[in-house]
Design a protein around this ligand. Sequence first.
Ligand SMILES: N[C@@H](CCC(=O)N[C@@H](CS)C(=O)NCC(=O)O)C(=O)O
Length: 210
Amino acid sequence: MKLYSSLGPNPRLVRMFLVEKGIQVERVHFDIISGENRQNADYVSKNPLGTTPTLELDDGTCLTESWPICEYLEEVHPEPNLFGADAVERAQVRKWARLFDQEVVVPMTMGFRAGAGRPMFEPRMSVVSPGAGAELSAMADEKWRWFDQQLGSANHFALGRFTFADLIVFCFANFGFTVGWKLPEGTDNLARFVAAHNERASAAVWQDSE
Ligand SMILES: N[C@@H](CCC(=O)N[C@@H](CS)C(=O)NCC(=O)O)C(=O)O
């Protein structure tokens, strides 16, 4: 297997997942700041959106989208399970991941692209106005606070143990830190959660200088 990767929360989510599973893959790095990922015709034939990550299987099949890539890895390497041990557990993990993906990742990402990320993203895709971006960022912050309340004194969103739900929240908080974002006021539980999971061996992927 070969992982096409770069800076950013999505490839790093997959990389952390691989470490948690103990799976080693070849890695190809793209410089997404310069847009190398979108200029490489061979890569765009593997992932028509030109984004990272893409997981290329040994038979040449290319899987895209970070969450489905992680689900694939879980199916072929079931243990240690990060999505749950049975149907009920998987529904619980996916519930938190789905809520976070929709309620935080989408507005946070769109807000970033319209603000600090505008010079990089405007030439590549439709980006909302700066005003709309600020509103989206504020909506994401409101939901970060809601996640903080739901977390309470725990360090896990589901099953009382580390799962994909924790992984996705952790990666997007860390992504924010790399672009100068801070956890919003009133999210001390999330600050504790991030500090705790930063101790995981898999979190070392955030120390890379790439
Ligand atoms: N929904 C996709 C998002 C992929 C994505 O936006 N990747 C970013 C890196 S985190 C990227 O490729 N950015 C550079 C670009 O869009 O040119 C996923 O889950 O993998």
